[in-house]
Design a protein around this ligand. Sequence first.
Ligand SMILES: [Zn+2]
Ligand SMILES: [Zn+2]
Length: 426
Amino acid sequence: MSALKKGDLSPSEKELFEVITAGNVQEASRLLGCKDVRVNCLDEYGMTPLMHAAYKGKADMCKLLLQHGADVNCNEHEHGYTALMFAGLSGKTDITWMMLDAGAETDVVNSVGRTAAQMAAFVGQHDCVTVINNFFSRARLDYYTKPQGLEKEPKLPPKLAGPLHKVIMSTNLNPVKMVMLVKENPLLAEVEALDKCRRVMELICEKCIKQQDMNEVLAMKMHYISCVLGKCASFLKDREDKLDGLLKSLLKGRDSDGFPVYQEKFIRECIRKFPYCDATLLQQLVRSIAPVEIGNDPTALSVLTQAITGQVGFMDAEFCTTCGEKGAEKRCSICKMVIYCGQACQKMHWFTHKKVCKKLQEQREKQEAEAAKLRMQQNKEESKAVQDATDSMQELSVDTSSEVTPSNTAAETETSDPASTPAAGN
Ligand SMILES: [Zn+2]
Ligand SMILES: [Zn+2]
């Protein structure tokens, strides 16, 4: 492989770079079948065809190249950029995901010392940052499904790897959503299974901290998942209403304003119980959360989510009040103040929302009335301003009347008279 020289391309390889830029997948497929085309050839800057396709945001092309054995970790670029970095820069989450799934290393840095996640953040591609920071390959989890050393049994029964991987890959850290994921899978929703999963989460957490290039973000996420699974197990053991009881506890709002106190306290406790006290991330989280009175912003969930997924705030998208899923569009028809991703979530939340719904409705109506009053006032002020402007224009036309013909002046004054202003007639 080291025989590859930058810019040393056969005519067909030169053509391949051209069809990638043009996005012609069919032609690229034909060229990749040619004898004189190497899938990992390098252009003069040390870019591979895969890097080009990733940078141009062409998902089908990336897929084709990977199928033909493109090396996702090729690192010959003149500034040390990898295919994953180019994917992150393109802002395409599907391509970013594809590179990770193909085994892209996340910790490689370019010539200015930035990782792919940092590069993506630098250019504002936060969705790609989220994908990179939360990626944990199925292969890394599957390691625990095979007996190691003297073990007779693996730490993780193979049938649990799928459902557990789904929980790990969720970028929605709302504990309600996580409990829902556990509840929907009968294999997982069982005390013994949960205990095994927890143990594996703790092992991965430890590994993330102790490995050479420490990954505190992933460690915190694994620890948090372990805490949620532990809570599930304890409700399954001790409570008759099982996981439904846990969901209710997490959703129950306090009487004064409907704020879910149990959920807030639970997440704070999870963070505080992080076993590696020296971790910078832990200290940052505690510093952000400790001074906040329960019920005020930021919530522990928003602080944790930002730290782990890189999502800044919960402002630019609508999130389900119950499960925290992005893109919720259904509004409570009475108060119109809370939103849900669907009817199931609305139904689940009603037992506690009904206590504050009326209050919220009154609040909204009051706000709307005030807004309407303000608008009317503004309109009045605006018409007053228009009136003043008209008056001064009239004065102006009077002043300049000696310079223009009287008939013109009259016409101008008339057209500049805003007919829509009621006061204009005075
Ligand atoms: Zn929901
Ligand atoms: Zn309501």
